[in-house]
Design a protein around this ligand. Structure first.
Ligand SMILES: Nc1nc2c(c(=O)[nH]1)N[C@H]1C(S)=C(S)[C@@H](COP(=O)(O)O)O[C@H]1N2
Ligand SMILES: [Mo]
Length: 299
């Protein structure tokens, strides 16, 4: 398959792996409940202080393993990722249960260095390994009536201690419009920093949509369904006022509880200055997908 997209970022731009990992390893007393998110975000989340590095760095989540800051790193080990099967169904020509190995053998794995921006205001640059979701959709054959792609995370009470708590409506679900899903930037990630995905980052297969906020990147995917209607998404179900279906990075639209105009790059030191957040996280090539849409209404 030919390359349809080229990195503009290089190894020099990458957030050091140590910083990436420390997001979760650092412990902190500040409550993180609901920060994916922000179901019950503490009021100070809007003004992350330079000294609360732990707050910033641990805001990334895998709530199936708990809402505590160190929970995913501590408990995601329990997830069995081999064997792994992805059910692909709905409006496709070749529905079925596809083994992860089978998918891998048919896809082109490449490295993509992407900017990643979380709704809580921090940002980083992550080298992912993966394949284009568009290639997978091509493999299974999308029927003409399909307009959206729905994703579902594994739901395994025996392995996921966090699903015992109704913090979200399990299983975690996400969705994309079909044109967003087919865009060459949209990646199914299988690794990061040159290694297979750690469980806490969504092994063995997770979504990465670099022009959208981090919570769109659904982890440990077991089902992909092509539909003709807009699928539900976990954070929208939890708090529709704060999290819309589109979730495009948009400095012009404030989150109800904080501005989204700036971000704090991780790895620039604890006192790293905030910088302006770019529309679509700087990925201007997706702007045409939203021509004629009111992005304040469709946030
Ligand atoms: N299944 C599932 N996927 C999820 C989440 C989750 O809780 N469960 N959290 C989301 C949020 S809020 C973020 S910011 C990203 C974090 O990804 P990372 O930890 O690999 O950086 O995963 C997203 N995907
Ligand atoms: Mo998040």
């Amino acid at each position: 398959m030919s390359r349809r997209w080229t990195n503009d970022l290089t190894a020099q731009d990458v957030t050091p792996e140590r910083v990436f990992l420390n997001r979760r390893q650092l412990m902190s007393g500040a409550g993180a409940l609901g920060i994916a998110g922000g179901l019950a975000a503490p009021a100070h989340a809007q003004e992350l202080e330079p000294n609360s590095f732990e707050d910033i760095t641990n805001y990334c989540n895998f709530y199936e393993f708990g809402t505590g800051k160190s929970d995913p790193a501590q408990y995601a080990e329990a997830l069995t990722t081999e064997p792994w099967t992805v059910q692909i169904d709905g409006l496709v020509e070749k529905p079925g249960d596809y083994s992860f190995e089978d998918i891998l053998s048919q896809m082109d794995i490449e490295e993509r260095i992407y900017r990643f921006r979380c709704v809580e205001a921090w940002s980083m640059v992550v080298p992912w390994n993966g394949f284009e979701l568009g290639d997978l959709l091509e493999m299974v054959g999308v029927k003409p009536e399909a307009q959206y792609v729905a994703f579902e995370t594994a739901y395994r009470p025996d392995e996921m201690r966090g699903v015992a708590y109704p913090v979200l409506d399990w299983p975690y679900v996400e969705g994309l419009r079909l044109d967003e899903a087919r865009h060459p930037l949209t990646l199914m990630a299988t690794g990061l920093y040159g290694k297979p995905l750690p469980n806490q980052n969504g092994a063995p297969l997770r979504l990465v949509v670099p022009w959208k906020y981090g919570f769109k990147s659904i982890k440990s995917i077991v089902r992909i369904t092509l539909t003709d209607s807009q699928p539900p998404t976990s954070w929208n179900k939890a708090n529709a006022r704060e999290y819309g279906f589109y979730s495009n990075v948009n400095p012009n639209v404030d989150h109800p509880r904080w501005s989204q105009a700036t971000e704090r790059p991780l790895g620039g030191g604890l006192l790293a200055r905030r910088k302006p957040t770019l529309m679509f996280n700087g990925y201007d090539e997706v702007a045409s997908l939203y021509d004629g849409m009111d992005l304040t209404e469709n946030f």
